[in-house]
Design a protein around this ligand. Structure first.
Ligand code: AMP
Length: 216
């Protein structure tokens, strides 16, 4: 299983990728998570990426491509993966195709999560994330049982620095300008399938399973 999840921030890619990667025995490769880990660790990569992330801008292609070349080249990537938040530009999509070709692989399917803009704004500005396991909540529509505490692992919930309203608006604009052109790119290559990213999490998960031919 080698698939990429494509869609605006707040579309639910991470939530679905986390569950389905486990179900499929595939890796969940989320560039945003990898970058946040690098920032927390204070590494060179983290220091380079932080100023872009704080503004809601994209980290430069060469930095992302280098990071993903290393990750996809590692032995465990051979068992399949779900790419979450990568590629985000045409240059990244072309680099991905080249990287996989060198490894004798291709992307099987690109799943586009379709969600309206008002819903994205509502989800992102109310999102709270577990520092320990990465599980996402929403302050009103999916609150944890105890405020500030993860139901799944007891970890601390926090609001991402880039989930404030001004930064969210910028991230959505960046998506429209730089990432949305990938829809046509993958449509032309017959790799794109669209699922509605609105509605119950389990319904969306079923739609993804059938879209990628992993119906159980
Ligand atoms: P995410 O968790 O996917 O919303 O990503 C958070 C932030 O990390 C984005 O707003 C970007 O600054 C950066 N980022 C994540 N993935 C990429 C990517 N593929 N290309 C460039 N920047 C990225």
């Amino acid at each position: 299983m080698r698939v990429a999840f494509l869609g605006p921030p707040g579309a639910g890619k991470g939530t679905q990728a986390r569950d389905l990667a486990q179900e499929w025995g595939a890796l969940h490769l989320a560039t945003g998570d990898m970058l946040r880990e690098a920032v927390a660790a204070g590494s060179t990569l983290g220091r380079e990426a932080k100023s872009y992330m704080d503004k809601g801008a994209l980290v430069p292609d060469d930095v992302i491509i280098r990071m993903m070349a290393e990750r996809l080249g590692a032995a465990d990537a051979g068992r399949g993966f779900i790419l979450d938040g990568f590629p985000r530009t045409i240059a990244q999509a072309e680099a991905l195709a080249r990287l996989l070709k060198d490894l004798g692989q291709t992307v099987d399917t690109v799943v586009y999560f379709d969600v309206s803009e008002p819903e994205l704004l509502r989800r992102l500005t109310g999102r709270r994330v577990c520092r320990t396991c990465g599980h996402s909540y929403h302050v009103t529509s999916n609150p944890p049982k105890r405020a500030g505490v993860c139901d799944a692992c007891g970890g601390e919930l926090y609001q991402r620095d880039d989930d404030g309203e001004a930064t969210v608006r910028n991230r959505l604009e960046v998506y429209r300008r730089q990432t949305a052109p990938l829809l046509d790119y993958y449509r032309q290559r017959n790799l794109l399938v669209t699922v509605s990213g609105e509605g119950p999490v389990v319904t969306i998960r079923d739609a993804i399973r059938s879209a990628v031919g992993a119906v159980r």
